[in-house]
Design a binder for this molecule. Structure first.
Ligand code: T1G
Length: 674
């Protein structure tokens, strides 16, 4: 193993420098290099102090997640951190970029920490279904107090250097371009200081009220997850046990999570999200096109949300509407949304003004002539889309990308009305578009590679998780969702209630079930608007004006706080349909609901993969995590099917009259993966 940690002498200060791209993950070689570097410094009498820093874009961004689940190699991180802390010469961590997880723990093992202003420090392990397993839950509260330690460990968001300095986590914020020099100078300043401020030797006062308040305040957010409570318990132990005993408690809690299914699922999603950004078979040398201005057609809910993504990323937007009142309403909603976010501290007032001044409203499509990308979010109708793309083909400048926000229509059919089908692509945002992270990027048969590369790169700039989807009805997410809806309606006819089906889904970890979702989106969405034509339960509700939450009546009745209660009227309607269909009501178990609503969804995912409409199974998982609220601790439908057992899924599908996808059957038979 080459040693990625080199040493440099600056007179009486030894600097250990890790150079292990891309993020100086604390893999075996880095750990070994750190340990031997510290031992070298301690053993050399001429060394008065030691500095640890990293080359590249960041200080250690954590343990090497790719090593998890594999046989351990080299010294474990706890031992390395203990070795650093035990040094009888001051060790200073010089931090830039993201000191995360094990990287934060290395820094806490050091006696002092200095950082550039742009640095952040944090313990995001909980987002991987884990906890800081190298002493972080025991050293953090001793330095920063119980309150901040709970926040950092159980929520997992990093904090900026300035805030860390206020909390005593960082001893000095140094010059943005002079980290090493300032760290060495700092090390010399403290070289003679004794005793050395070892975090493990500090006391931390118990604060049971703070712990109880934290648990209460986050109960809803942590529901279903194992790791947050484990993190809280470790921090609590830090206030009750001597350091070494606390460390042992932390180790056991860490190993329990590491062996659990939730962390495996969350680690799967960590890598799946990064994989999703990679476009297969992209010709080498494909360069993204420059995007300096974006055009958005339609200032309704979707158009407004889409525009905000680009404005928030500093990209000017021209937004077009047909009528002045609609345009004023749309730009008004954008300002209101920004001001609401500013009130919550997410934007500074000057950022709101900067975004609004980068927005150009217009009543003319001609105003889009200088846009590099034009995204339409108009009424979901093929003829309307075709007519619009015909116009855009004449208006848009050469090389402009023409994108449709359709959520299921055929991108190839839309592209065919233009003379530039290579410049046409689908960009399927999810409502609310300025909040939901998922972006389905629909690759048409003729979509040019650089158009795809441009949109995928742009997605990162607007903080979206982009997934490439093929042209199929409903793309990846909605095509699979349709299977769940079909099954849910069948189960209603057989005896289940909307409440039972939704409860099974929320119990599974979904934010809501199919019928709560229908009521939120609107039961009348996609309705043929003919109250005399009643072909299914949904038609019957729509015909009675039960359009969902907006009408305080849908599959549920709603009070004025929009709290749902099961509706006797809906039960009657369902009973009527059963009678007309000659169906007998019967008891439906929760397990049957899981099998019949989620197995077909998995099966549809397998068909989408077989047909090449998704690049990889993990992409399908990313779609469901970021677009449909699938619980991240279950890893997405395709990963979950693996934990259920593909054989079980295949048997369940066949039991309920479905034909399993060929690839699913094959993987089940071979014990393979999707
Ligand atoms: N281990 C292995 N690979 C990692 C990694 C890690 N910790 N972090 C990033 N990578 C890879 C990533 O897969 C990608 O690879 C490339 O680096 C660039 O990442 C004992 C148990 C640091 C903020 O949770 O949050 O410490 O796709 O695309 O957007 O207590 O990466 O190019 O092949 O994300 O600039 C705790 C995880 C670990 C931080 C940079 N640490 N990383 O974001 O780049 S558990 C974390 C991140 C732990 C100890 C415990 C981000 C980033 P590829 P990227 P980025």
């Amino acid at each position: 193993m080459t040693n990625p940690v080199r040493t440099e002498r600056h007179d009486d200060v030894l600097v250990l420098i890790s150079d292990s791209p891309p993020v100086n993950a604390l893999g075996a070689a880095v750990r070994e290099g750190l340990e031997s570097g510290i031992k070298q410094g301690v053993a050399d009498a001429s060394v008065k102090a030691i500095v640890i820093r990293c080359d590249g874009r960041t200080f250690f961004a954590g343990a090497d997640i790719t090593e998890f689940g594999k046989p351990p190699r080299g010294p474990d991180l706890r031992t390395v951190v203990d070795t650093i802390e035990a040094s009888d010469k001051p060790v200073v961590a010089a931090i830039h970029g993201t000191a995360l997880g094990g990287g934060c723990e290395v820094a806490l093992g050091c006696h002092y920490r200095v950082a550039v202003p742009s640095a952040v420090i944090g313990t995001p392990e909980v987002k991987l279904g884990l906890l800081p397993g190298a002493g972080g839950t025991q050293r953090l509260p001793r330095i920063a107090g119980v309150g901040l330690a709970l926040q950092m460990c159980a929520v997992g968001d990093p904090i900026p250097a300035g805030k860390a300095a206020e909390a005593g986590l960082i001893d000095r914020v140094v010059g943005p371009d002079s980290l090493e020099a300032d760290a060495i100078a700092f090390a010399r300043e403290v070289a003679g200081e004794r005793p050395l401020p070892r975090a493990s030797e500090r006391e931390v006062r118990p604060d049971p009220e703070a712990v109880a308040a934290f648990r209460k305040a986050n109960a809803r957010k942590f529901r279903g997850f194992d790791a947050p409570e484990a993190n809280i318990a470790c921090v609590e132990k830090a206030t009750e046990l001597p350091f070494r005993e606390g460390l042992d408690y932390e180790r056991q809690a860490f190993m329990k999570l590491m062996m659990g299914s939730q962390s495996a699922a969350q680690r799967h999603i960590f890598f799946a999200e990064r994989q999703a950004a990679k476009i297969e078979n992209l010709p080498d040398g494909t360069k993204p096109r420059p995007i300096a201005r974006v055009g958005v057609i339609g200032a309704g809910t979707m158009g407004g949300g889409i525009a905000m993504n680009f404005l928030s990323a500093g990209i000017p937007v021209t937004i077009v509407e047909m009528a002045q009142d609609a345009l004023d309403r749309g730009t008004g909603v954008i300002r209101k949304n920004y001001e609401a976010s500013a009130a919550k501290g997410r934007f500074k007032p000057e950022q709101v003004e900067a975004a609004m001044s980068a927005l150009t409203p217009s009543l003319s499509l001609d105003a889009l002539g200088d846009c590099d990308l034009i995204i339409e979010a108009v009424y979901e109708n093929m003829d309307v889309k075709k007519e619009l793309f015909g116009k855009l083909d004449r208006i848009a400048k050469p090389g402009a990308i023409l994108a449709s926000n359709t959520s299921y229509l055929d991108i190839d059919e839309i592209a065919a009305v233009t003379g530039r089908p290579g410049d046409v692509v689908g960009m399927h945002f999810f409502s609310p578009a300025n909040v939901m992270k998922l972006l389905e990027v629909v690759r048409g048969a003729k979509t040019a590679p650089d158009v795809l590369a441009t949109v995928m790169e742009l997605a990162k700039k607007i903080r979206k998780v982009a997934v490439v989807a093929g042209v199929t009805h409903g793309f990846i997410g909605n095509r699979m969702l349709a299977q769940r809806q079909i099954a849910a309606n069948e189960l209603l006819m057989e005896g289940a209630t909307p409440d039972q089906i939704d409860r099974v889904h929320t119990g599974f970890g979904m934010p809501m079930g199919p019928f709560q979702m229908a009521d939120l989106a609107g039961v009348d969405i996609g309705w043929h608007r003919d109250p005399t034509r009643i072909e299914n339960i949904r038609d019957a509700l729509a015909a009675e004006g039960r359009w969902g939450q907006k009408k305080q009546a849908g599959f549920y009745d709603y009070d004025d706080q929009r709290r749902p209660t099961p509706s006797p009227r809906v039960a009657e309607i369902i009973e009527d349909f059963r009678a007309k269909a000659g169906k007998q009501k019967r008891d439906v178990t929760d397990q049957e609901i899981v099998e019949r609503t989620l197995y077909p969804l998995v099966n549809e995912g397998a068909l989408i993969l077989e047909e090449g409409h998704a690049q990889r199974a993990s992409d399908v998982d990313v779609v469901w995590i970021y677009g449909y609220g699938w619980p991240v601790y279950r890893g997405g439908p395709m990963f979950w099917a693996g934990t259920e057992g593909l054989g079980t899924v295949v048997a369940g599908l066949e039991k309920h009259g479905h034909t399993p996808a060929r690839s699913l059957k094959a993987a089940a038979a071979s014990g393979g993966k999707l």
